[in-house]
Design a protein around this ligand. Structure first.
Ligand SMILES: *[C@@H]1O[C@H](CO)[C@@H](O)[C@H](O)[C@H]1NC(C)=O
Ligand SMILES: *[C@@H]1O[C@H](CO)[C@@H](O)[C@H](O)[C@H]1NC(C)=O
Ligand SMILES: *[C@@H]1O[C@H](CO)[C@@H](O)[C@H](O)[C@H]1NC(C)=O
Ligand SMILES: *[C@@H]1O[C@H](CO)[C@@H](O)[C@H](O)[C@H]1NC(C)=O
Ligand SMILES: *[C@@H]1O[C@H](CO)[C@@H](O)[C@H](O)[C@H]1NC(C)=O
Ligand SMILES: *[C@@H]1O[C@H](CO)[C@@H](O)[C@H](O)[C@H]1NC(C)=O
Ligand SMILES: *[C@@H]1O[C@H](CO)[C@@H](O)[C@H](O)[C@H]1NC(C)=O
Ligand SMILES: *[C@@H]1O[C@H](CO)[C@@H](O)[C@H](O)[C@H]1NC(C)=O
Ligand SMILES: *[C@@H]1O[C@H](CO)[C@@H](O)[C@H](O)[C@H]1NC(C)=O
Ligand SMILES: *[C@@H]1O[C@H](CO)[C@@H](O)[C@H](O)[C@H]1NC(C)=O
Ligand SMILES: *[C@@H]1O[C@H](CO)[C@@H](O)[C@H](O)[C@H]1NC(C)=O
Length: 861
């Protein structure tokens, strides 16, 4: 009955979508948002409607579905369907002859119709310009460690009114084919004019009549702004700038206070950049001495032999007078702008403004880079020695032959080694054969059952979804193009001779501290600062950034070799993983043989110290439940949210930390292991972990799966319920192991006898307790196969919380979900998960008003 109604609802929902798509099509007006290779389009996870591309295509093409859905794809649409070309074919769009156009091309390199993605090389031309040449989406994605690629171009107006986008398989490769998953053609206002050529007085570059490619678009000092939150309907994506900062000099970030409102002027309209971009900024920091000795620098990898336009977005958020904050702007080590003073330009605080500078990037040995640097204009004797930047875009300009295409990037040696190692480890047979099998196996599993249901589920939950992308794995940390893989080699000078243990990619994603900074912040590792001791070494409470930020500093025992591996693992893992329920790694220090990790400080310590033996007030049942849900989310993200499954391997109550708001964060990835890769279901490895929490199956067979974490989490659930240690040798023999004893009691129906006395008589509702205990019991199943996934555990705990909050009310709804939607809730959870995910930018904790009060009134020198 019920599920019939549900199905009906889905059908209605889907048909509504279809109707809307059709009506959008029939107007044949811009914009065009096409899900290539699909017959009827669909809605993506942002709620955006994509239509079929079939009426715009001419020439020989076929359609296909990807056989494997990478977990880091933001949404099935448009990536899971593709249009494939074995010979030159074109899309034709009728467009307004006067308007510039955004053109976005979406590529998801995968197995299509058993074609090998590494055979695909192709050219794309539009409007007489070469956009891509000998392009390999698969090499590009590998080099950028992204699952999918989005290329964005800004085309000059097409006078004929007929835009022609042509895909041509490269003739220099046998079996070559072209493909595309999504195309967007969106009319845009004329936001480009001319830009001063840096290093040449009075010489300008005509940007207005050029076709551009967006290389980077950053919300400096702010967060990811997705297409739905961009201004003026331009649907741009703005990324966090921190991966591009050079060296350890991150400056500080700030946000507009309530009394500062952003007001666009006649010169700078909302279409230039959204309020979210202008209302956050990065500046240099509170110490004038420090600031006058460093440059706040961003480094971008680009293609040589092109001219680039650097667009800097400014909006003053703190000072109000001329000559308070004056700075020089350098592009590629040349002065682009001396004595920039945002207030002098705009007249007022809170008024947005942008400046464009053009620079030609020559071909030279080594990496081709674009440097943007800010430095206080000391000679102007400003009140504060500081600089500010709110947003940054880099566009590539077509060359004289109308070309925009550069060579394919070369995957770094580290990535190639990692891929080779993964292939060898997961696949004793030759790797080439294996990589094809993967796709087929997964395709069989996901293709049939999940496909339809997922589509419907997405429809239900889109509204829950907010941010995406840069939380969903490594990929999206690295926008559009380029990597920061070379940062370590540049920094290696500070490593006093020894080779770095940290891969350059990871180093590029998190902050590098000097030993003196760390010593300063911990009063030279004073014992009074110690807040914990573990196998790895001691943990200190410390202060960084001029004492404005509290951090936890983990210093390793310099001698242990295990330490080196775990240090490395933890940086590799944590620097890529950002999630509300994982402890954030802020940075690391590797100097003079020291291996030091710097984390967010967790004010409320470990979960365990709030359960027993610590004289802290007992947590309420609801608090406990919410903490378990948070930890489950963190683990669920580790298992499914990142590009590879990550198995924590040491889940226990001392590795679940609590911040000042009692938000649970999973910590300690030192033992983590990248998990089964697709077709292989376990990882053989030395048994590690903590007694009392150890999965018996793992112990017996030495095979690690994510279900080992589920087992340990089951122990955690009973620990939370019973408030006793996982192992307690002082108790009678049968009670020593909590896992065994609780299971025994649960089976005999005497669990209520062993629950925490503090919970008795309080509002622990029996239904809720039952659900909770059942969930814990399932986690402790002897065989991994019978244990729920972390996603199921999470769902059950949330259900338990609902039972607590609405003992009678909304249960019916929940039961419906529970019964009919096993497959669906996986999809639902995956999406909800992302909505709660938040990347914590390094400096978010820095309160800008505090920082600002610390400015020293500089009299100048
Ligand atoms: C399309 O491709 C198929 C197979 O590659 C070929 O047989 C057919 O002649 C082509 N059609 C056109 C119009 O080129
Ligand atoms: C579209 O472009 C291709 C390649 O430049 C060309 O062969 C084709 O004739 C063009 N079609 C139209 C309608 O302009
Ligand atoms: C694109 O912008 C329009 C106008 O702001 C907005 O309605 C739409 O939701 C945006 N598209 C996406 C994908 O969010
Ligand atoms: C982004 O837009 C969504 C709705 O379109 C809104 O709920 C959300 O708060 C916005 N996020 C930010 C950071 O403005
Ligand atoms: C905004 O308020 C802060 C204190 O909350 C004050 O220091 C600052 O001067 C105010 N800024 C403006 C522009 O009024
Ligand atoms: C850049 O131009 C120079 C001179 O024309 C040429 O030798 C070099 O190969 C070009 N580099 C690239 C990456 O195209
Ligand atoms: C800028 O200068 C730094 C050293 O100060 C150098 O490493 C870098 O390569 C230079 N950048 C460019 C684009 O020339
Ligand atoms: C900042 O960058 C400019 C241009 O590359 C360079 O001349 C200057 O020495 C740098 N200053 C510092 C303190 O690094
Ligand atoms: C706005 O544009 C006008 C004309 O281009 C220029 O004179 C004026 O200085 C600009 N105002 C600002 C605040 O940039
Ligand atoms: C880009 O192409 C346009 C049109 O072909 C041309 O006028 C312009 O000079 C080109 N830009 C550059 C920097 O060569
Ligand atoms: C095409 O790209 C591949 C991979 O980057 C490269 O090996 C090959 O030489 C390129 N072919 C041509 C014709 O440029």
């Amino acid at each position: 009955m019920i599920s019939n109604t549900q199905i009906l609802f889905c059908l209605i929902l889907l048909s509504l979508c279809t109707i809307q798509v059709l009506s959008a099509d029939s107007k044949s007006s811009n914009p065009y948002i096409l899900n290539c290779g699909s017959s009827n389009g669909g809605t993506d996870s942002d709620g955006r409607k994509w239509s079929s591309d079939s009426q715009y295509i001419s020439g020989n093409s076929t359609t296909a579905r990807a056989q494997y859905q990478d977990p880091s794809l933001p949404s099935e649409i448009p990536y899971m369907s593709a249009r494939i070309f074995s010979s030159s074919s074109s899309y034709k769009f009728s467009v307004s002859p006067k308007q510039r156009l955004w053109l976005r091309l979406h590529f998801y390199p995968s197995s299509y119709n058993s074609l090998d993605k590494s055979d695909s090389y192709f050219d794309v031309t539009a409007n007489g310009f070469t956009l891509l040449n000998n392009f390999s989406a698969s090499i590009t994605a590998e080099a950028l460690t992204q699952a999918y690629i989005v290329k964005e171009f800004s085309l000059i107006p097409v006078e004929s009114g007929n835009l022609n986008i042509t895909f041509t398989p490269s003739s220099s490769h046998k079996k070559s084919f072209a493909f595309v998953n999504g195309i967007e053609v969106i009319p845009m206002p004329d936001i480009f004019h001319s830009a001063n050529l840096v290093g040449f007085d009075e010489q300008t570059v005509d940007v207005q009549s050029s076709t551009l490619q967006t290389m980077f678009r950053l919300n400096v000092g702010g967060q990811y702004v997705g297409p739905a939150n961009d201004s003026a309907g331009l649907n741009r994506t703005w990324y966090d700038d921190s991966p591009y900062l050079f060296g350890a000099a991150f400056g500080v970030t700030s946000e507009a206070q309530k009394n500062v409102s952003i007001r666009y002027s006649n010169n700078v309209s909302e279409s230039i950049a959204p309020v979210d971009v202008y209302s956050t900024a990065r500046s240099m920091g509170p110490d004038p001495e420090v600031n006058s000795n460093y440059n706040l620098t961003w480094v971008f990898q680009v293609d040589a032999n092109f001219t680039y336009v650097v667009r800097l977005h400014f909006c003053e958020l703190q000072v109000t007078k001329v000559n308070q904050r004056v700075f020089d702007i350098y592009v590629n080590n040349q002065t682009a702008q001396p004595a920039a003073d945002v207030i002098a330009w705009t007249g007022k605080i809170g008024v947005p403004l942008y400046k464009d500078y053009a620079a030609f990037v020559k071909d030279k040995a080594g990496d081709d880079e674009l440097w943007v640097a800010l430095h206080p204009s000391v000679s102007m004797k400003p009140e504060f020695y500081d600089a500010i930047l709110n947003g940054l875009e880099v566009f590539k300009i077509n060359d004289t032959s109308g070309n925009l295409a550069g060579p394919n990037p070369v995957p770094s040696q580290m990535l190639q080694d990692a891929e080779a190692a993964a292939a060898a480890e997961n696949n004793p047979s030759p790797p080439a054969a294996g990589s094809k099998n993967k796709g087929l196996v997964i395709g069989g599993v996901t293709g049939g059952a999940a496909g339809v249901v997922v589509a419907a589920a997405v429809g239900f939950v889109v509204y829950q979804r907010k941010k995406r992308s840069h939380e969903s794995g490594v990929g999206a940390w690295l926008p559009l193009y380029g990597t920061s893989t070379t940062l370590t080699s540049r920094k290696s000078g500070t490593n006093t001779g020894s080779t770095s243990h940290v891969s350059s990619l990871a180093a590029g994603l998190c902050r590098h501290f000097s030993l003196s900074e760390i010593k300063h912040g911990t009063k030279n590792f004073d014992e009074s600062q110690v807040i914990g001791v573990g196998g790895f070494g001691k943990v200190y409470k410390g202060l960084i950034d001029g004492a404005s930020t509290e951090v936890a500093i983990k210093r390793s025992n310099p001698s242990s070799e295990q330490g080196v591996n775990e240090f490395q693992t933890e940086i590799e893992m944590l620097s890529r993983l950002r999630h509300r329920h994982l402890v954030s790694l802020i940075g690391f220090c590797e100097e003079e043989g020291e291996m030091i990790l710097v984390y967010d400080y967790m004010a409320n310590g470990t979960l365990r110290e709030h359960l027993y033996k610590c004289n802290k007030p007992p947590l309420s049942w609801k608090q406990r439940l919410e903490i378990c849900i948070g930890a489950a989310r963190g683990l669920h993200y580790l298992h499914t949210g990142a590009r590879y499954t990550i198995i924590h391997r040491d889940v226990k109550t001392t590795n679940i930390l609590l911040d000042e708001n009692w938000v649970a964060k999973v910590s300690d990835f030192g033992l983590s292991k990248t998990g089964p890769n697709l077709h292989q279901t376990h990882v053989s490895t030395m048994v590690k972990g903590s007694f009392g929490y150890l999965d018996p199956e793992y112990f017996r067979r030495q095979q690690l799966t994510e279900k080992s974490d589920v087992y340990s989490f089951g122990v955690v659930l009973f620990e939370v319920l019973c408030a006793r240690p996982a192992l307690d040798a002082t108790l009678p023999k049968e009670q020593v192991s909590l896992a065994d004893w609780a299971m025994h009691c649960q089976k005999r129906g005497t669990l209520h006898e062993i629950i925490d006395p503090h919970l008795k008589g309080t509002s622990i509702n029996p239904e809720c307790l039952k659900k909770f205990a059942e969930t814990a019991e399932k986690c402790l199943s002897d065989h991994g196969l019978y244990r729920p996934s972390m996603g199921d555990v999470l769902w059950n705990l949330e259900f338990a919380l609902q039972l607590l909050e609405h003992p009678d009310g909304e249960r019916v709804v929940a039961e419906v979900r529970a019964n009919d939607a096993y497959a669906m809730h996986n999809a639902t959870l995956a999406i909800e998960e992302k909505s709660t995910t938040a990347s914590v930018p390094v400096d978010e904790l820095t309160n800008s008003t505090v920082v600002f009060s610390q400015f020293v009134n500089q009299q100048g020198r």
